[in-house]
Design a binder for this molecule. Sequence first.
Ligand SMILES: [Zn+2]
Length: 355
Amino acid sequence: MAVTRPAPRRIAVVEDARYREHRSPPGHPECPERLLAVAAAIDAREQQLDRLLPRLASTDELLAVHSRAHLEAIEAAARRAPTQIDADTFVSAASYETALLAAGGTIAAARSVARGDAAAALVAVRPPGHHAEATRAMGFCLFNNVAIAARALHRDGLERLLILDWDVHHGNGTQHIFEADRDILYFSTHQFPFYPGTGDFDEAGRADGLGATVNCPLPGGCGDHEYVGALRRLLVPVAFSFRPQLILVSCGFDAHEADPLASMHVTRSGFEEMTRVVRAMAEDLCGGRIVFVLEGGYAPRGLQEGTGAVLDALLAPTPPALAALPALAPGSTLGHVVARVAAVQRRFHPGVGAA
Ligand SMILES: [Zn+2]
């Protein structure tokens, strides 16, 4: 009797040379070469990936998140480029169009996963997005790619979306855009205190969105144990309480041990295990629908290893399972963080910190 093999998983990838056209001054960490490291990891797995062609985001799609004045300011900055927007954010002649392509590519990938054309997706875009506020660019970010895609999916009819932000920096823009929105839950792990200064434990959303913002600030020096533990012990119970229909990941690789900007120690295997946790949770909750969107990451090795780790965990034919949790070591950094988050979030998400 013939044995039927299961159909291979289809993972969509958005990666395009045009994302290298946005430029900052020489020596700036957010440089086009970042994408060469990401592309090397993608190219090594090319045969298992479906390339998606990006397109420009429409004005309507941008206006669902950003003010018209902000769009016009970035367009004008590109016309008189090179332009400096804040201490570390720059606009070159191609930046406006590249930023539209970043937002549009993120929407295209998110819709492909929402429709079920792809099991999951990885979107390798520049400029990054999670520091961009509704009304201004900030922290290397011009338009908030993940927020724009989340709004587009919500308008398509998805009722509940979860944004996991594991970039080493707090995504102030994404948090502020959705802090009063109960349908789009924002969960962030980040080095704290650190740039941009937001993301303390007690920031839990406001008005209708109270409980749909979850911050998990971590002291510098954390690694795989704390990152995987925070996802397993905090993200998973929050997600099971919220029950998202799709998960977007603001996927920075600047918590990597080689990153020059931050002081975390996440390894390749840490990023792979973090992805397995998110995938296991997504398989249980939302048919495995996850869209990873590049944010920061400034070490070529961190970008290449991180991208490879995410793709390998997504491509694995057998879905991972969530392992039972061992007891937390008393007095550990992770134990302290879990207790602080649980103290704030337990009234919104009863399972948090229960284990
Ligand atoms: Zn970052």
